[in-house]
Design a protein. Structure first.
Length: 335
């Protein structure tokens, strides 16, 4: 029997899913007994995580006040750098406040600290709800090498009603997962690739039955249907393509042996108005990024999608399930 199986501790993932990405509070379970070997110890303390998080949040507060992304790369990386830069650019263009979905509470409900000694290392921090009762945020802080600071690499918002898997208490630490872990219903890498196919093809994806339904899929389906109604009468068209970004993935092993996977999936949404009409932005954010560009018959919007997927053990009988997501347009250009 392999070492992983011998460390399993009973836990249950309850995945009742629905999503308006600004939905109500997701549920975070209480921490449980350690899953790591006695010789393994967390490489960051709870106090250090708090200091890292405060440094990042202080910088983001300054950036939001200035409506400028200048300098945020010192404490942000990966998909969150692209997402926050876009949000700040939109606030600057409109003269308004940064989108409320960008709010990060300064208190946490749980911190998941790794015991692994190699790099890159990640910390998963789950915040409380926001003051206006938006859902909890799952933050991923990543350190790429011993000589670099931890940076906020990813942020997702928990779906309404979901329960995350259980993890060891922070001072005991958890084990980071392997992207090619074959003890699961699918490897974490496969989960991201297959979920991207589901986002692109919906119920027609050959992997659709491998994933529980979720709020992001529902939101995208509704959005696509609404746009289709507008373009169909003019012989227009639309197409969305989704692709995982190589290397932009973080995996943490839960106490029951399943993995919580956070990854970046980029997408392009190309829309053609048809019959000599102009294709225009489909949202206020798209409009802000489109700016004063000259409209043509076709428009392309590029989005960054950050998703959190729970991948259960192979013999669990459970589907993989997206439990949190963030979706942000970063560029809109005429074609």
């Amino acid at each position: 029997m392999n070492n992983r199986v011998t460390r399993l501790i009973a836990a249950v993932l309850a995945c009742g899913l629905t999503v308006a990405l600004a939905g109500c509070e997701g549920q975070v379970p209480q921490a449980v007994a350690p899953t790591t070997k006695d010789s393994e110890i967390p490489n960051v303390t709870v106090a250090q995580e708090k200091k890292i998080r405060k440094t990042v949040l202080d910088l983001l507060d300054q950036a939001s006040a200035a409506k400028s992304a200048d300098g945020i790369g010192s404490r942000l990386s990966g998909p969150e750098l692209a997402v926050r830069t876009s949000q700040l650019n939109i606030a600057h263009a409109t003269g308004g406040e940064i989108d409320g979905h960008a709010t990060i509470p300064d208190k946490v409900a749980q911190v998941i600290i790794p015991t692994d000694n190699e790099w890159p290392r990640v910390i998963f921090s789950i915040t409380t709800t926001t003051d206006d009762q938006q859902s909890k945020r799952l933050l991923v802080f990543r350190q790429d090498s011993a000589r670099q600071n931890y940076k906020l690499w990813g942020l997702t918002r928990l779906f309404e009603g979901v329960s995350l898997p259980k993890f060891a208490v922070a001072h005991l630490g958890s084990e980071m997962g392997d992207v090619n872990d074959s003890n699961l219903v699918m490897t974490p890498k496969q989960a991201v690739e297959r979920y991207a196919d589901v986002l692109q093809n919906g119920s027609q994806s050959k992997y659709a039955s491998s994933f529980a339904d979720d709020q992001l899929r529902q939101t995208l389906a509704t959005q696509s249907q609404n746009v289709q109604q507008g373009v169909a009468g003019n012989n227009g068209s639309q197409q969305q393509t989704f692709a995982p970004v190589d290397g932009q993935i973080a995996v943490m092993r839960s106490s029951d042996g399943g993995d919580l996977v956070v990854a970046q999936i980029d997408s392009e949404w190309i829309r053609s108005a048809g019959d000599g009409r102009e294709s225009l932005p489909a949202s206020n954010d798209e409009k802000a990024l489109f700016g004063n560009a000259t409209a043509t018959s076709t428009i392309k919007a590029t989005y960054v999608n950050v998703v959190a997927i729970y991948v259960p053990l192979k013999d669990s009988g459970e589907q993989a399930a997206a439990v949190a997501a963030e979706r942000q347009v970063i560029q809109v250009i005429p074609q």
